[in-house]
Every structure is written in C-alpha cells, then in structure tokens.
Unconditional design. Structure first.
Lengths: 164, 189
C-alpha cells in the first residue's frame, strides 16, 4: 500500500466526505461514497496529470461516485428531499453554530438537483460550467437549479437569515 | 425576492466549512479494498494459465519422448549427419536473460537456427510433436504478452512470460542435445 496515497487520503478525506454528505444527506451513504471515491481515485491515480488541483480531481470523482450510487441504488436512502442530521455535521473548529445548522438543514431539504448545484457552486465554489460538467447537465440548467435552490433556501431561512 | 437576502445567503453558504469529519475511520476499509484489488488483478491472467501449464506439461513429456526416439532414429541421423556436417558443431550455450538483452537475443537466434537445422533429424511423428509443442509455447507467450499489455505491473504475468521463454529454450536445447548425441554416435561409427 502506498504511504503516499494514504497521505492523500488523510489530506482530503474531510473535504470529500463533506461534499458526499451534503449531496447524499445521509452519513452512512456519504461514508460509502467517500470510500468508493478513494478506491476509484487509487485506480485512476496514474491518469491524474496534475493539470488541476488534487482536491478538484477528487471532487470530480466524488460527484461521479455519488451519481453512480444513485443510479445503482435508486430505492436506497438517497433522499429526494431530506434533512441532514445535526450530529453528522461534526465540523472542525467548533463550527456548529445555530445559523450554520439551519443552513445545512435547509440545504438537506432541497430537491436533489437543486441541492447538487447549490453544494457545488454555493458551498464549494465551482463555476456553473464545472458543476454542469460534473453533474452531466447543461450550464443553463445549473444556473436555473441554483436560482431555484436559493429561492427555496430563502423561503426556509427567511426568519433565521434576517435574524442572523 | 429580495436580492440582499440572496447575497447574505450566498455569503452564508460560502462560509460553510468544506471539511466535515466522517463519524468513523474509513481508511482501513479503503486500504483493504485496494489491497484485495491488487491481489485480484492477476486473475485476469487465468485464461492464459492452462495454456502455460499445458506447455510446461508437454515439455516434461517431451524429453522422455526424445530420448526414446533416439534409438529409432539413429540410422536416419547418421545419413543426415553426413549431409550436414556443419550442423554438428552448432551447439550454442544459452543462459536465460531478458529478451531485450542483445546477448540473449543472439544466443536464442543461434539456438533456434540449430533447432531448425536439426529438426529434420527427428522422425516425422516426433518432429510434428515438437512443432506442436513449440506452437503451444508461442501461443502461451502471445496470450501472456497480451495480458501484460493490460496489466504491465503484474509480477505473476512476468513470471509466466519468463516461464515461456525458458520453455522455448528448453525445447530448443532438448532437440539440440538429443540430435547432438545422435550426430556424435554417427561420427564415431
């Protein structure tokens, strides 16, 4: 086993898991996706050309893994609209502030397509083109989904956002 | 919709921590899965194993068949030896090395040349069997080479490939040594 690959895992696992958790809304499934992501990354490591950052490359694999898992396990607990467990969000640095958890919970209740785009663009800072490529949708669809997600989020968080 | 609300929402989303720690250690399962995959990779070579195994088994029986055929073919060998005296001096010592090695390639070529020259010393049935065995070895070599193209890091496939090189050399050497003794006897008589 490559020590170097374990180092890559240690450096990026929290980011990959965070992405998978927000896309799936389920800690157990996010763990499965994270594991499959790193296994897939190990197999594809020789194709990593260094043109993008390692984290970006892993994000792409993670998104693809989540999408594959959804297709493979359509009846599983991948929720169309759900709510993240607060206990699952063990964020480093004691970031479990009430406002953060409200946002995470609202994000977890979004429809899947809107949530995917909001996570990739809103949280992880990808462009619409990048998010569209990762999700296999058109960039225009990504923009429309983001608008939808923001509107739904604002409706859910209206009071909290104003209070924040 | 109030745009300022979106701005604050965007800011709140962007400020969310990207890192979330999993509830359990995931690495042991990943490491085990990767290790299993590495161990399972040579399974792709299974279709070639019977061929390689068949080649080695054929070779094991070939030596005995050649020894048995010597007595029967002495007369033929004596006749052919008188026709091709140079062939009797063409024994080539070979130490197996990687095929890319120039010495190996030259030695192998010389041994193969001798093999082809002396093949006619054998009885037709033995000759046919030797040729069939050589074809089996070369087919195994081609199959293993194709598998190696898919999985060039497989130590098992490299070992199998080296085995086929060795088997081919063994076959050449067996024919060489067998016919050499026939030629030596014919020279003495």
């Amino acid at each position: 086993m490559d020590v170097e690959f374990e180092a890559i895992y240690r450096s990026h696992v929290d980011q990959v898991y965070g992405l998978c958790l927000r896309m799936t809304g389920q800690p157990a499934l996010a763990e499965d996706c994270t594991q499959e992501c790193f296994i897939a990354a190990w197999r594809a490591l020789r194709t990593f050309e260094g043109r993008s950052r390692m984290s970006t490359w892993l994000y792409r694999i993670a998104v693809n893994t989540v999408l594959t898992l959804r297709r493979r396990r359509p009846g599983d607990a991948l929720r169309e609209a759900g709510e993240l467990d607060e206990a699952a969000l063990q964020m480093p640095g004691g970031a479990e502030a009430a406002g953060t958890l409200d946002i995470e919970a609202a994000m977890g209740r979004l429809p899947q397509g809107a949530r995917d785009v909001l996570v990739l663009v809103g949280v992880y800072g990808h462009s619409h083109e990048e998010a569209a490529t990762m999700l296999g949708i058109a960039a225009g669809t990504s923009k429309a989904q983001l608008h939808r997600a923001r509107r739904l989020m604002a409706q859910q968080l209206g009071i909290a956002m104003e209070a924040a | 919709m109030n745009p300022s609300r979106f701005d604050s929402l965007d800011a709140a989303l962007a400020s969310l921590p990207r890192e979330v720690r999993p509830g359990r250690e995931l690495w042991p399962d990943i490491a085990r899965n990767i290790a299993d995959g590495v161990r399972q990779a040579p399974r792709a070579a299974w279709p070639q194993w019977p061929m390689a195994l068949a080649a080695s088994m054929v070779l094991a029986s070939l030596v005995g068949a050649l020894c048995w055929s010597v007595a029967r073919e002495r007369t033929t060998a004596e006749i052919l030896a008188r026709r091709t005296p140079a062939a009797a001096k063409a024994t080539v010592p070979v130490s197996l090395q990687l095929p890319q090695d120039a010495d190996y390639v030259a030695a192998r070529a010389a041994l193969e040349r001798t093999f082809n020259e002396r093949l006619d010393l054998l009885a037709p049935s033995t000759r046919d069997r030797v040729r069939a065995d050589l074809a089996t070895i070369r087919k195994a070599n081609a199959d293993i080479s194709a598998a190696l193209a898919q999985d060039p890091a497989s130590p098992l496939l490299w070992q199998l490939l080296r085995n086929t090189w060795q088997q081919e050399i063994n076959l050449y050497t067996s024919v060489d040594q067998t016919t050499q003794s026939m030629l030596t006897r014919s020279t003495r008589s």
